[in-house]
Design a protein around this ligand. Structure first.
Ligand code: TXE
Length: 482
């Protein structure tokens, strides 16, 4: 495959240092291609291009910007299958998942913000004989930094509203998964998207990511990634008074109440636990089950988990591929060992040597889904983000105890509640210290809603009007007739 290159001012260029990094197919351990190891000088060039393009782009009528978003959605739709294959190869996720989630949502992100832009209008407020107009203007050049688990899905989730609001962009995908961002840049070049409006620089986070956050002309940072990195981004951006949106880690609770219809919910609870090998910050990794139904739940859950088809991601029948890298596989295995040390019992799965995956490349980073029981809900295994195919089961005796257990971690991103009574679930959800709660469903996304977490899961919300507010500056103009 041709090398991945930076995309600056409408041209594909190498890093000025000429240095490159390898991007690996985690399912085989083979090098796919190389990407630039960019540094601050590359960010400087990209930012100059973005600044040069900013006046014309911000002056482009919003109706024209909306037409570009529709054209990007159309172009991504035409290449849906190519994007799914690139994403599956880069991340190790099953091709069926890359098609259904990553490629489809990348199209939907552009389409949604085009349509949202068509319908959105800002309010006026009248009082004391005056009319107050909320005037919205672009921030200028914004920095977008994204993780490896949902590469194009999360990049386009930020690019679309940033463009709609008239900003120019310097974006950096994860060095582990550069392929689909590179493909998006190719689409932009092919359809004649204005040069310099969207710029892409690849490389290591502490080098090129840090340089983006530090650059004085990049006035807002939308970051999705781990909590530890989020702290570094915030510490760098705050003294520069940059706007920051941080979508960080999670350790989400799946709460199964005593009246939950087990047969009906089981597939969704398994999906919430192990989608993308648990490498979704919204996955439910702690499953709290009312003690009265714990045993039947456990039996049905283990049976369903053992029905997951772990295998070659390019195989249509695979429902769980590899994790993102050998390093990450070793991190997840360290938590499996920790779980045993903390007194947990492995009901299914385990390390790669405990529970090998047949028929896959020996150098692939494969793990079977692992289920623990017998751990305290305050154990490290049950409180720290593993971000892999590992869940812990915990019984509880009443709703108050379940709320206490669910809120017991430093994270507060999402949670799901499973019950035969939707009102009870809605009331229970209001007691969770998280940004997102699903009742009898999971990853059910209305893009108009606020998305984000509390505590160590982040700062701010993105989605619908919340993204428009993040990616623009508001001026209130109060007018009194003379
Ligand atoms: O994160 P990292 P990863 C979280 C998820 C998990 C993590 C996994 O919970 O913890 O993301 O993604 C760049 N300055 N979410 O391992 O390492 C890095 O190169 C600037 C939550 O990729 O934090 C990459 O491009 N940038 C989320 C990006 O930051 C730096 C949903 C993320 O890298 C940097 C998905 C630095 N000093 C995953 N160091 C949610 N809440 O929605 C690294 N980077």
């Amino acid at each position: 495959m041709d090398p991945v290159l930076n995309y600056i001012d409408g041209e594909f260029v190498a890093a000025q240092s000429g240095e490159t990094l390898d991007t690996i197919n985690p399912a085989t351990g083979e090098v796919i291609t190389t990407l630039p190891r960019s540094r601050s000088e590359d960010v400087g060039t990209a930012t100059s291009a973005a600044m040069k393009a900013a006046p014309a782009w911000s002056a482009t009528p919003i109706s024209e910007r909306i037409r570009w978003l529709h054209r990007l959605a159309d172009a991504l739709m035409e290449e849906h299958e190519t994007i799914a294959h690139l994403e599956s190869m880069d991340t190790g996720k099953p091709i069926s998942l890359a098609r259904r989630v990553d490629a489809s949502r990348s199209v939907a992100n552009f389409r949604f913000y085009a349509e949202f832009g068509e319908q959105h209008s800002d309010p006026t407020f009248s009082d004391h004989g005056a009319v107050n107009h909320v005037h919205r203007s672009p921030i200028g050049c914004v920095g977008l930094i994204t993780p490896w688990n949902l590469p194009l899905y999360l990049l386009t989730w930020k690019v679309a509203p940033a463009l709609l609001m008239g900003n120019t962009i310097v974006a950096k995908p994860s060095e582990l998964t550069p392929l689909t961002a590179h493909h998006l840049a190719g689409i932009m070049q092919r359809i004649g998207f204005p040069n310099g409006v969207f710029n892409l620089v690849h490389g290591l986070g502490p080098e090129v990511g840090q340089a983006i956050v530090e650059h004085p002309k990049i006035r807002a940072i939308s970051f999705t990634g781990g909590t530890a990195t989020g702290k570094i981004v915030a510490a760098t951006a705050a003294p520069m008074f940059k706007k920051i949106s941080l979508e960080l880690g999670g350790k989400n609770a799946t709460v199964v109440l005593d009246d939950a219809p087990l047969e009906k919910i089981m597939d969704d609870v398994v999906r919430a636990s192990f989608t993308n090998s648990g490498q979704v910050c919204l996955c439910g990794s702690r499953i709290l089950v009312h003690s009265s139904i714990y045993e039947p739940f456990k039996q049905q859950f283990i049976k369903a988990v053992e029905g997951i088809v772990v295998g070659d991601p390019s195989n249509e029948s695979t429902t769980m591929g590899s994790v993102i890298s050998k390093d990450h596989q070793q991190k997840v295995e360290s938590y499996i060992r920790l779980g045993r040390e903390e007194g947990g019992k492995v009901l299914s799965g385990g390390t790669a040597s405990d529970s090998p995956v047949d028929g896959v490349h020996p150098n692939g980073a494969f793990l079977r889904p692992t289920v623990f029981e017998g751990l305290s809900h305050t154990s490290r295994t049950a409180c720290e983000e593993i971000f892999g195919p590992v869940v812990t089961l915990h019984p509880f005796d009443d709703d108050d105890e379940a709320v206490t257990m669910a809120n017991a971690t430093e994270y507060g991103l999402a949670g799901s509640i499973w019950t035969g009574d939707a009102q009870r679930g809605h009331a229970f959800g209001q007691r969770l210290d998280t940004g997102i709660v699903w009742v009898n469903t999971w990853l059910n996304r209305d893009l108009r809603t606020p998305f984000g977490g509390v505590k160590q899961s982040g700062v701010g919300r993105e989605g619908g009007a919340w993204s428009l507010n993040f990616f623009s500056e508001l001026t209130n103009i109060c007018v009194l007739e003379p």
